[in-house]
Design a protein. Sequence first.
Length: 219
Amino acid sequence: MSISAMAAQRRERLGTGASREVRRQAMVPGTVYGAGKDPESVAIDARDALKALHQEGFLARVIDLDVEGKVTKVLPRGIQAHPVTDQPMHVDFQRVEKGVSVKVAVPVHYINDMKSPGLKRGGVLNIVVHELLCKCDPANIPPYIEIDLDGAPLNKTFHLNEVDLPEGLAPVKLSETATLATIVAPSSVKSQNAAEEAEEGEGEEAEGGEGEGASEGDA
């Protein structure tokens, strides 16, 4: 189930010691910024933060942040996790403004893999882009972008300009012909093709050698 709302408490005390105290209370410190207002220090339940950390597309979803009864629409901008325990350590939220575009990384889903002739033949889907960085209105952020593999043969390359993007979604940093994924031949097929090419090459050399011998004899 996707997260659409999150409760938070205000934090009055700041600093490393105060943050540690917040974590000892099973909370995670966070900061709310943006929209021309002063940053606000908050704390959220550690269970909510952990759920968000492992949820696909959480950083591309506008949520209602309820800070002690005051609800603000925000876009999660980052969750810092402990390098060893993977527990959330800090969360950043950006206030969103109506009509003001934002940059978000939208997950890319590759669907209908069982309908791809290339994959059925043992091909491998090589995914280059798992998330597509886009610019759009916060109210129109899609949960994900789909790329249909139905009918895709071996050696098929999926380019950005072949994807039907939702209206108002503008990719950032990628050209129209950027590669998103490819269906590559399995190693067994590559080895077989290489062997066949090698045999053909040897056959051509043998034929060429016989022709040279005959010419010398005639001479």
